[in-house]
Design a protein around this ligand. Structure first.
Ligand code: ADP
Ligand code: MG
Length: 238
């Protein structure tokens, strides 16, 4: 399980404070979507949660344990980025198994985990192909597959579909909803796509300039945006 609690998080790069005091409790198995304008700190928030970046002040807790001082591998969360660099010289199977082989898993363990992940993502027919012989959507599924082989208790997605064309995005959105139901893990998902946010989220968190502007269930925000800013991101057009 993974309940993630953020307490009074700030982050400065040099003299510039980009995260300005964020408090947030994400329940175990909750699907939380972060939205907000470019540069408001969404990616930085994910990196702070994953441990890829150190907080300036504040506390990150996972299941009640203070993990603020722990490195990314010690926190054990899995992150999926917008640019999904696969190793071109490795097959899909080898790409997906890579995080486990780095972690020192046996060949048998790697095969079992990759086969499981491939079944979930319906990648079985593609396992022996190289990335160049895959479509954009298939590559993104492999990148997600690589994130799930380690069976982390939480996933952090940073605009994973934004490089895909509109039709593929719709298909992948369905895929992610399916994945979510299967994996039963905590998920934090950054997107600038309102439909993705509305359809995937248990709760949407709207960020503005390093702070939480408003959060709530999709329909709650849609019907009662606190201000025009939130309304432009998620609110009802009326
Ligand atoms: P978003 O993902 O919402 O578009 P980011 O989290 O990427 O926003 O960036 C938030 C702010 O922090 C931006 O002003 C960005 O320029 C700045 N920033 C992000 N990473 C760094 C860094 N490593 N060094 C300096 N400034 C950074
Ligand atoms: Mg970003």
């Amino acid at each position: 399980m993974a309940e993630i609690t953020l307490e009074a998080i700030t982050k400065s790069f040099g003299l510039v404070e980009v995260i300005k005091g964020v408090d947030l409790r994400i329940a175990d198995k909750e699907f939380v979507v972060f939205v907000g304008p470019s540069g408001c700190g969404k990616s930085t928030m994910l990196r702070l949660i994953a441990g890829l970046e150190e907080v300036t002040t504040g506390k990150v807790m996972i299941d009640g344990e203070d993990v603020t001082a722990l490195s990314a591998p010690e926190r054990g969360l899995s992150m999926v980025f917008q640019s999904y660099a696969l190793y071109p010289h490795l097959t899909v199977r080898e790409n997906m198994g890579f995080p486990l082989s780095v972690a020192g898993a046996s060949k048998k363990e790697i095969k079992a985990a990759v086969d499981d992940a491939a079944a979930v993502l319906r990648l079985e027919p593609l396992l022996e192909r190289k990335p160049k012989d895959l479509s954009g959507g298939q590559r993104q599924r492999v990148a997600i597959g690589r994130a799930i082989v380690r069976a982390p208790s939480a996933f952090l997605f940073d605009e994973p579909l934004s490089n895909l064309d509109a039709a593929l995005r719709v298909q992948m959105r369905i895929e992610i909803a399916r994945l979510r139901a299967k994996l039963d893990a905590t998920m934090i998902y950054v997107t600038h796509d309102q439909v993705e946010a509305m359809t995937l989220a248990d709760r949407i968190v709207v960020f503005s300039a390093g702070k939480i502007e408003q959060m709530g269930a999709p329909l709650e925000l849609y019907r009662n945006p606190a201000n025009i800013f939130v309304a432009t991101f998620i609110g009802s057009p009326t």
